[in-house]
Design a protein. Structure first.
Length: 115
């Protein structure tokens, strides 16, 4: 099936050599999640492009997407608010800097509080 996947080959000029094998880019190995003691997270407030509403952003997580989703779910549950995980950042609705810093420090993360 992968040999006939023409969508991955769009925009490629083909060779007339009958022995030519098309090489696709292999997926890079998954990045391992660092232990909480080695993580350096930043917690800050953001208001731009949000209609004037404040959100708490947690950035700097190094690890797999599943672990980031799990951390975001835990923070949303303990803060009692909504939020999401996008582009490697956890977004919590409202000004929850103090609460998230406390929760993350109790979980063993190195946290730096911004603005």
């Amino acid at each position: 099936m992968a040999e006939n996947d023409w969508k991955s080959r769009l925009g490629v000029v083909f060779s007339t050599n009958p022995d030519f094998k098309y090489e696709t880019e292999e997926e890079s190995p998954q990045q391992q999640t660092l232990p909480p003691q080695k993580q350096k997270l930043r917690v800050f407030i953001e208001k731009k492009n949000r209609g004037g509403k404040q959100v708490t952003v947690i950035a700097g997580f190094i690890g797999t997407e599943e672990d980031l989703q799990a951390l975001g779910r835990m923070l949303k549950t303990k803060c009692g608010t909504g939020g999401s995980v996008k582009e490697g950042e956890i977004i919590i609705q409202g000004d929850m800097r103090e609460k998230t810093v406390t929760i993350l420090e109790q979980s063993g993360y190195n946290v730096k509080r911004g603005n």
